[in-house]
Design a protein around this ligand. Sequence first.
Ligand SMILES: Cc1cc2nc3c(=O)[nH]c(=O)nc-3n(C[C@H](O)[C@H](O)[C@H](O)COP(=O)(O)OP(=O)(O)OC[C@H]3O[C@@H](n4cnc5c(N)ncnc54)[C@H](O)[C@@H]3O)c2cc1C
Length: 540
Amino acid sequence: MTTRDPQVLVAGAGPTGLVLALFLTHQGIRVRIIDPVAEPGTTSRALAVQARTLELYRQIGLADAVVERANTFAAVNLWVAGKRIAHVAFGKLGEGMSPFPYMTIFPQDEHERLLTQRLADLGVEVERGTALAGFEDLGDRIRARLRRTGGATGGATGGATGGATGGATGAGDEFCEVPYLAGCDGARSVVRETLGITFLGGTYDQMFYVADTEASGPVTDGDLHVALDVSDFLAAFPMKGAGRVRLVGMVRPDVAMQHTPLQWSDISQRVVERLKITVERVNWFSTYRVHHRVAGKFRQGRAFLLGDAGHIHSPVGGQGMNTGIGDAVNLSWKLAAVLDGRANVRLLDTYEPERIAFARRLVSTTDTVFSFVTSSTPIARWVRLSVVPRILPPLAALDWARRFLFRTVSQIALQYRASRLSAGAAGGVHGGDRLPWVPPDTGAVNGATTGDNYTPLTSLDWQMHVYGDLPPGVGAICSARGLALHVFPWRPAMQAAGIDPGTCLLVRPDGYVAVAGDGASPEKLERYLNEWELRSRVKG
Ligand SMILES: Cc1cc2nc3c(=O)[nH]c(=O)nc-3n(C[C@H](O)[C@H](O)[C@H](O)COP(=O)(O)OP(=O)(O)OC[C@H]3O[C@@H](n4cnc5c(N)ncnc54)[C@H](O)[C@@H]3O)c2cc1C
């Protein structure tokens, strides 16, 4: 059913568009979400769901459903020439840093189905077989041209489907007027192309494959297995279900050039040799090429770019989908606040700088790691075969190294300190940081567990956190502005999370700190709220 009088048109029902639609709907915004493809994707691409994504999902009550369906793994094994040469045990890598301290694997197709179902539960259906064919920004609204596509199926890398996105107006086109347009339409984004925004970067020479298998052998033990020997990438990811393993690897250049389309039999012998795996059944096999590009802008007028429409990079580190989801959450609360008249429209200007900086860094880091993993120079080979297997196991036992690894990969270290929305510092916490997580107090009165400091984030609203004693003046401002005030009695776990006694944090709806201070000058807080004309959802 088409949403009447939508406030945001979401083009694309991949993970980015679905999460944007979900968060907007949770905040009472009317969305219309369209996709040219008739059915949700059945080809799984992203596997890793990072801890930061789960923290954000927890805000809308979705994290538990993902964790229940997902697989976690606690160790990585390194293989050279058919032999396991190192076992790196991680355990709960991020213990004490996040409520989700582990590595989670949840195939993208199942993930998209879950998001689609949650959206339907809230009364929003994805309009399939409908493509954005073009649009005009009229200054005060967007006029979008939608075209029925008959639901052609998308390729393994998503993107626009054939014939749906031509420039000229077609006979059956429908026009849809909305205040804002969200371009979540993948790497070949029509939104980006219509705006003439550049997408600079390149495409790696290598071809990759992905195979969903049912197998037996040592790599089906529930750990992650990575073969390091030659200058190509090969990994076996544990999937839910006995013997289910997803193989991701690079096709040797001579094989890639032989013939297309490639079959499992073209690469199977080498996989078997390198990982000592017995593949009983291949449920799905596909090849793809990897790009690294970032759009020149993430916003123009009333249109925004999110997810793969704005940035694509190598799958090394499992960051792509998670970054798109981060874009969606960042934009969702800003759009909701502006559409509801709860913030100055300038709030929308902060979306691009906050997200594009991270996307640029990510493309450059994943490029460096990818180049190293696939390099055939003698030095890279020596590091891969001699240095990594020797230093990784002892390194993984060191607390600081484990923390560094978890912080980097899980996206919990992502911060917006340079944003115009961020102000102040208190102890180790700066405006723009992700709210440090303080674990629940298991030793509270009568042994009862009190909630952690992320529990109030489910309101998706601005809120004030005070750790320790409430300074004078802060309570009065909160009640005058309808701002939820959460005073957490002091306990040592807060210091361990980097929070000093007496710290006051104004927290954004997405769980990032806006203003950090000691509460000594509440007028600074008042000035901040006035500058952005912020009002809470509760007071409306
Ligand atoms: C093999 C592989 C492995 C990967 N592994 C990981 C991983 O482990 N972790 C990770 O985080 N990321 C990974 N990624 C990246 C991840 O798959 C993408 O980043 C993710 O799919 C991006 O989501 P998206 O919603 O932005 O775009 P997409 O998933 O591409 O979705 C875009 C949607 O827009 C629709 N669309 C296209 N044109 C139009 C139009 N004109 N109008 C309306 N809708 C339109 C498409 O049909 C599609 O449904 C991997 C990618 C690949 C290829």
